[in-house]
Design a protein around this ligand. Structure first.
Ligand SMILES: Nc1ncnc2c1ncn2[C@@H]1O[C@H](COP(=O)(O)OP(=O)(O)OP(=O)(O)O)[C@@H](O)[C@H]1O
Ligand SMILES: [Mg+2]
Length: 216
C-alpha cells in the first residue's frame, strides 16, 4: 500500500510507512503528496509537523511546489530556510517568480519572525541562441527583474526528456550531458561550494568580440 502526506497528517500512516526509498540512491526518499485527495487536509499545522519530523531525519528536505502562486506553493514555502526559485525564460514564468519572491519575504515562518529566507534563482530551459534572437528573455534581463542571486542556468536539452522517458533524472540518465552538469554544479553551489559559472549567452558575445577585433 502506498501512503502519502495526507495519510501522515491524518495519523493514518507513520512517516516511515509513507516514505518511498529510491532504488538507486539509498539516502534519497520521496514522500508523495496526493493529487486527488481532499486538499483541505493539508493543514498548516499538519504540514509543519511532518516537516519537523523530516528535518530531524534528513540533511536536506526539498519541498517541490506546483507552478503558480496558489495554496500549494504557499504551503511548500512556509517552513523554508532556503528557496530555489525555478524560472523559464518566459514573461509569465518571470511574473510568477516575482510574486513568489515577494511571498517568500512576507508569508513564510522565517519572514514572520523577522528573519530572511535565503533565495536563489535557477533559470532553466535556457537556449542562448533563441535569447540572442530575442525570442525568449536573456539571462541579464531575468536577473535585472528578479534581482536575487543566480544559482545556475540549465540549458534547454533533449536529454532531459530522453532520461525522463526511461524514468531517470538527467543527472543519472545522462550524467555527462550539459543539463546534468549544470544541475550538479547548481547543487554544489547550494551546498556553499564556490563553483564558477559560465553564462552561455556570454560565449557568443566573446566570440563575436574576438571576431570583430580580428576583422578590424
Ligand atoms: N532543461 C530542459 N530542456 C528541455 N526540456 C526540459 C528541461 N527541463 C524540463 N524540461 C521539460 O519540461 C517539462 C516540464 O518539466 P518539469 O516537470 O520539470 O516542470 P515543472 O515546472 O515542475 O512542471 P509541473 O508544474 O507540471 O510540476 C518536461 O516535459 C521536461 O521534460
Ligand atoms: Mg513540478
Amino acid at each position: 500500500m502506498v501512503f502519502d502526506l495526507i495519510d501522515v497528517i491524518k495519523g493514518e500512516a507513520t512517516l516511515s510507512q509513507a516514505l518511498i526509498r529510491d532504488k538507486r540512491l539509498d539516502t534519497l526518499a520521496l514522500l508523495p503528496a496526493s493529487q486527488s485527495r481532499d486538499k483541505d487536509s493539508l493543514t498548516e499545522d499538519g504540514v509543519a509537523c511532518v516537516i519537523a519530523e523530516l528535518r530531524a531525519r534528513f540533511d536536506w528536505v526539498i519541498c517541490d511546489s506546483p507552478a503558480g502562486i496558489e495554496k500549494g506553493a504557499t504551503l511548500a514555502m512556509r517552513h523554508a530556510d532556503v528557496a530555489v526559485v525555478v524560472v523559464n525564460p518566459e514573461v509569465s514564468s518571470i511574473r510568477d517568480a516575482d510574486r513568489i519572491i515577494g511571498m517568500l519575504d512576507a508569508k513564510t515562518a522565517k519572514a514572520e519572525t523577522g528573519q530572511c529566507v535565503d533565495k536563489h534563482l535557477l533559470l532553466t530551459r535556457y537556449d542562448p541562441v533563441r535569447a540572442r534572437r530575442g525570442e525568449i528573455m536573456n539571462v541579464e534581463d531575468v536577473l535585472e527583474i528578479l534581482s536575487i542571486p543566480l544559482l545556475g542556468i540549465i540549458p534547454e536539452s533533449g536529454e532531459v526528456l530522453l532520461s525522463s522517458n526511461v524514468g531517470a533524472p538527467v543527472t543519472l540518465g545522462s550524467p555527462g550531458s550539459a543539463p546534468a552538469q549544470a544541475y550538479l554544479d547548481a547543487a554544489r553551489r547550494l551546498k556553499g561550494e564556490g563553483i564558477g559559472m559560465v553564462i552561455s549567452s556570454d560565449k557568443p558575445r566573446l566570440l563575436h568580440r574576438l571576431f570583430t577585433r580580428r576583422a578590424a
